[in-house]
Design a protein around this ligand. Structure first.
Ligand code: ADP
Ligand code: MG
Length: 515
């Protein structure tokens, strides 16, 4: 009934053995992701045991799909997830940094430096790093659209959609700017963006629609012929346009044709009355929420709606209601009794267009100005995530191409020289560990890592703090000029989280297994 507790190897494994084992396990996981860092990083093919295959380059995804068993290895997976949540990018970098920090930890432990001492020094180094990063960052002007686009491109570059980054980034930036008040808002509310995916076509055909988009499975073909409207008065209903149901189960037995006729007549009457009431408000576009219990609208009702010249879009998902009501300025109505003219929204034009394999309806000319729809062709929703990430916070940017890591490494080394004793050794080790990022970036791009790192180190020593690895030309250049920039938040979060994880792993001196 109760789990029995086994203390593993408590006799033959010392605390330092446990620590070394934990470090090894975590490092093993970190090493797997290392080769996918950077725009030229490799992809991983992950096979999930059920025959499914995923190809990805994203650190968080790789780790999420990897079935790791060792508890400390799992911590690395969590680390990558946390980075994704906090900063939205840098999920590979954070793991590489953590792995590298663990490597130096191992040698510090071998030098008989106490884990507590290592922990404390690393924590201080991480704090100092934040300062250094802030110093080298460049505040970005949200009115400077070019800079924002570059930011989004750097982020998209290493994703599967990279071929399209130059196309997607401007769309993403436009979308975010549209819904954000740059003088007021510090964060972007992604709920104000609705992405409609439509297979077919290419990413180039994607477009931003200032209003609403519905795809063909929502458009009612039965409401004959009305495909376009101007000056639409939009009703959004959450009730069903069919016969009301009684609260208790019942059976009606119809014995003869007369009563059947009467029944059908009754039904027509009730529905006709409902539609009449709707039409009397002046509504000419009716959006009907999907009902989980029954068809929200039946053929008869659709017929009547068509006769009243009301266009119908049905099967609206519950989650979209809020967005629609915000966009068109209409209130969702839950009962026919409350369906009045003041609940209606307004749009200048409603147009049905043929695209790809079906049709879409575009509702434009709406009064709202803080929501937006994106029609995404060839289906990919990665880009908006990326866009939001690059615009996260009021935004400062850093040069990419491992410039921040190299700068950090050097500044920390200089700082270490002002310290004494084992703390100095620990901070120097921390500084060393950060060089793994430029090393890996070069290695993955097929450049000689040692030469590149040395050259980069020299440049930074000369004070060129924005110099990084130019993957395209294989040289060390000013990353700002190259427009390789990334949000400050990504790097600072990576350093912070990686250090925290290392400290956590160091603190563990035994594993207890419960069965
Ligand atoms: P992560 O999951 O950590 O974001 P990526 O595979 O996206 O990993 O790689 C990010 C690293 O690649 C960062 O250090 C970034 O500066 C660098 N990088 C991205 N684009 C370029 C580029 N065009 N030139 C040089 N470095 C780049
Ligand atoms: Mg990235």
């Amino acid at each position: 009934m109760y789990g029995s507790i086994n203390i593993t190897n408590n006799s033959d494994m010392t605390q330092s053995d446990v620590r070394q084992m934990n470090i090894l396990a975590a490092k093993a996981v970190a090493d797997v992701t290392r080769t996918s860092l950077g725009p030229k990083g490799m992809d991983k093919m992950i096979s999930d045991g059920k025959g499914g295959v995923i190809i990805t380059n994203d650190g968080a995804t790789i780790l999420k799909e990897m079935a790791v068993a060792h508890p400390t290895a799992k911590m690395i997976v969590e680390l990558s997830k946390a980075q994704d949540v906090e900063a939205g990018d840098g999920t590979t970098s954070v793991v590489v940094i953590c792995g590298s920090l663990l490597t130096v930890c191992k040698s510090l432990l071998d030098k008989n430096i106490h884990c507590q001492q290592i922990s404390e020094s690393f924590a201080e180094a991480a704090l100092k790093s934040e300062e250094i990063l802030k110093e080298m960052s460049i505040p970005i002007d949200l009115n400077d659209k070019n800079m924002l686009i570059q930011n989004a491109i750097t982020s998209l570059n290493s994703k599967i959609v990279s071929q399209n980054s130059s196309l997607l980034a401007p769309i993403a930036v436009d979308v975010i700017l549209k819904i954000t008040n740059i003088n007021k808002d510090v964060n972007v509310d992604l709920n104000n963006i609705r992405i409609v995916k439509k297979l077919g076509g290419t990413i180039e055909d994607s477009e931003i629609v200032d209003g609403l988009i519905f795809t063909s499975n929502k458009i009612s073909k039965k409401a004959h012929g009305i495909r376009n409207l101007s000056q639409a008065k939009i009703g959004l209903i959450q009730f069903c346009l069919s016969l009301p149901k009684t609260d208790i189960d019942n059976t009606v037995i119809v014995k003869d044709y007369n009563s059947m006729d009467r029944l059908l007549r009754e039904e027509r009457m009730i529905i006709a009355k409902m539609i009449k009431k709707i039409a009397s408000t002046g509504c000419n576009l009716l959006l009907i929420q999907k009902s989980i219990l029954r068809d929200a609208v039946n053929d008869l009702a659709l017929d009547f709606l068509a006769k009243s010249k009301i266009m119908v879009i049905k099967d609206i998902d519950r989650e979209d209601i809020e967005f629609i009501s915000k966009t068109c300025n209409c209130s969702p109505v839950a009962s026919l009794d409350y369906f009045t003219a003041d609940k209606l929204g307004y749009a200048e034009s409603v147009v049905t267009e043929n695209v790809g394999y079906g049709e879409i309806v575009k509702i434009t000319g709406v009064q709202s100005n803080n929501t937006i729809s994106v029609l995404l062709r060839a289906s990919n929703s990665l880009m908006l995530d990326e866009a939001e990430r690059s615009l996260h916070d009021a935004l400062s940017v850093l040069p990419g191409g491992a410039a921040p890591e190299m700068e950090l490494s050097q500044k920390l080394y200089q700082w270490a020289n002002t310290l004494t004793g084992s703390k100095q050794i620990c901070v120097k080790a921390f500084s060393d560990a950060l060089e793994l990022i430029p090393y890996t970036l070069a290695e993955n791009a097929g450049l000689p890592p040692l030469n590149i790192v040395t050259e980069l180190r020299n440049k930074h020593a000369e004070g060129h703090k924005h110099y990084g690895i130019n993957i395209r030309t294989g040289t060390i250049t000013n990353m700002i000029d190259e427009n390789v920039i990334q949000p400050l938040l990504v790097t600072s979060t990576a350093i912070k989280l990686a250090t925290e994880t290392v400290m956590m792993i160091l603190k563990i001196d035994d594993t207890v297994i419960c069965r």
